[in-house]
Design a protein. Sequence first.
Length: 94
Amino acid sequence: MRKGIHPAYGPVVFRDRAANHAFLTNSTMSSEKTIEWEDGNTYPVVDIEISNVSHPFYTGTARVMDTAGRVERFEKRYGKRDGKRESDGKGEAG
């Protein structure tokens, strides 16, 4: 690799403020803020909005869409189908 064209790659702590969780990994991100990690070393810290600890998909608290209610509202508003397809005048194949 050519020298001087790539960003610095090193250890960085990412801190999820919503879940009070932090993890140490390598990244090209940097920050002026630092934190003392469990191993006694000081690393730059990047605050993030959401991580796998607080994201609803990973925690299992994702909301399920109420599709039955939506269908009922649609049928109430526009009428219920009787299950038969209406002919479009072009005829049926096969």
